[in-house]
Design a protein around this ligand. Structure first.
Ligand code: ADP
Ligand code: MG
Length: 498
């Protein structure tokens, strides 16, 4: 495990953010500002049409919120009843703060996986100590066999466990327990088992689909001679909710806005007809909405439709494709290609590099939107570095307008989705949300770093709820809460008493 990077952001985030967000470019560059004028003549109608197709006035937001609530309800009646899968998490006891002892968490959700240990000291001492490490999954293992992948994970985990010491203590006679955050589609069968439906995000490991991923991990840990058991299998949204709830009892919803997007919330078991009488003892359970699949009434453009048609999952995950980090930059790129083809953005030629899909990342659009310099120097520098084009001020302004249009639509629709969830909760149990303080825990690189997006999201929530109700709704960034959240869920689902 050579690539331990304690406390540093995932490599993927670092490498996808090559540009300085500061208002001055790293290397001063002289721009060729005099080549063209009248940039906007042909690009302007494209921009105007885009802005009207992407518009999210209050009635559109309201429709999305209502449709989200209706789709949630339909998905709770029967599996397959709606775009939203409304997956039962089997998490029906949330952290209270009383948890004590040593717990681990393992997070596999992309090209990195993270391991974490925490020593919990109960109500008074809370989190006594936490340590974590991050490991990159070698490319070949993403295409190998299930045993190879899980052996790699278990061996990295075993090395991490070997370094346990200091404030971390396991009582005699106990096995270590871990939470397992696994962010791939799983059919959960209990709190500590779930069948992998299919690999996504570039993984094509043979032999895992159809199998219980907890059993795969347990067997690999046994092969490594590691005495550890998985007490809770959860997805990252559920872990985020648990992590935030540990500090704040009013957390009822968690939303991830990163590469992809998802949301979960605390639901009353009486509102879940598809449970068929299997009732959680607490009367409440966390439901994972899988809201990325929502599609009803979204203001989509031809650029969205083209991107969707060329994607690996056409027709699927439309909400995710409209609001999440993986796609915002790509939508902007497609619009800029159209403007460039009209010959009115970067001179006669369409810049070669602009033609490659997914070269224009969402971090790029957010740094351009954060450029406050008079001449939009950061925008100029980014366009030069990312696409090799010299741009004049008119072109830079146009590019920023396009970025803003797409970020605004995304942020406002995400806000409408959140209101849809709150509305659904309130309609089914009066007073559960709107009569009191309610916290929505947010995490993910897009929400964390894209300041305009975050503002648009909050504005939409306020517009929809009005000043009075929205003053009770607190949208809070719960940074990396999912790691500790998974460890806490291992604690609340421990086989030992605490
Ligand atoms: P993941 O969703 O892959 O688990 P993160 O929550 O860290 O990981 O989110 C990473 C995503 O966040 C990136 O794919 C990117 O879309 C988005 N992102 C990262 N940095 C920024 C930024 N500066 N501005 C806007 N979006 C960003
Ligand atoms: Mg994540």
């Amino acid at each position: 495990m050579s690539s331990f990077a304690v406390n540093s952001p995932p490599a993927a985030v670092r490498s996808s953010f090559p540009f300085s967000p500061s208002p001055t470019p790293r290397t001063p560059r002289v721009f060729n500002m005099a080549v063209r004028s009248g940039v906007s003549t042909a690009a302007l109608p494209i921009l105007r049409k885009l802005q009207s197709d992407c518009a999210t006035p209050l009635p559109v937001l309201r429709h999305v919120a209502d449709a989200m609530a209706a789709d949630m309800r339909a998905g709770l009646v029967v599996d397959g009843g709606s775009d939203l899968k409304m997956i039962l998490s089997y998490v029906d006891s949330l952290p209270t703060g009383n948890e004590r002892g040593l717990f681990y968490a393992l997070d596999l959700g992309g090209t990195n996986f993270r391991v974490l240990r925490t020593q919990l000291g109960g109500k008074d001492d809370r989190v006594i100590a936490t340590e974590f490490d991050q490991v990159t999954i070698p490319q070949d293992l993403m295409f190998g066999t299930s045993e190879e992948l899980f052996d790699f994970i278990a061996s990295a985990l075993a090395k991490f466990v070997k370094k346990e010491g200091g404030e971390f203590v396991l009582p005699d006679g106990r096995s270590r327990e871990t939470g397992f955050t696994f962010s791939f589609p799983v059919r959960q069968t209990s709190i500590d088992s779930g069948i992998l439906i299919k690999w996504t995000k570039g993984f094509a490991v043979s032999g895992t689909p159809g199998k219980d991923v907890v059993a795969c991990l347990n067997e690999a840990m046994k092969r490594q001679g590691l005495d550890m058991r998985v007490s809770a299998l959860v997805n990252d949204t559920v872990a985020t909710l648990a992590g935030a709830r540990y500090w704040d009892n009013d957390v009822m919803v968690a939303v991830i806005l990163g590469t992809g997007t998802n949301a979960c919330y605390v639901e009353s078991v009486d509102a879940i007809p598809k449970l068929n009488g299997q009732k959680a003892t607490s009367g409440r359970t966390i439901v994972n909405t899988e809201w990325g699949a929502f599609s009803n009434g979204l203001p989509l453009t031809e650029f969205d439709r083209d991107m969707d048609a060329e994607s690996i999952n056409p027709g699927e995950q439309l909400f995710e494709k409209t609001i999440s980090g993986m796609y915002l930059g790509e939508i902007v790129r497609r619009i800029l290609v159209r403007m460039a083809e009209s010959g009115s953005l970067f001179g006669k030629h369409v810049p070669e590099r602009l033609l490659t899909p997914f070269t224009f990342g969402t971090p790029i659009i957010s740094s351009m939107q954060q450029d406050t310099s008079k001449d939009l120097e950061v925008v100029g520098s980014i366009l030069y570095e990312a696409m090799g084009v010299d741009s004049n001020l008119d072109a830079r302004k146009m590019v920023v307008e396009v970025c803003d249009t797409i970020a605004k639509r995304g942020g406002r629709l995400a806000g409408a989705g959140i209101v849809g969830i709150l509305q659904k909760m309130e309609e089914d149990s009066k007073g559960i949300v709107f009569g009191k303080r309610t916290v929505v825990a947010m995490d993910g690189g897009l929400y964390e770093h894209h300041h305009q997006y975050k503002r648009y999201l909050k504005d939409a929530v306020t517009e929809l709820l009005g000043p009075e109700l929205s003053s009770n709704v607190v949208i809070e960034h719960s940074k990396d809460g999912s790691g500790i959240g998974a460890a806490l869920l291992a604690a609340t689902n421990s086989i030992y008493e605490h």
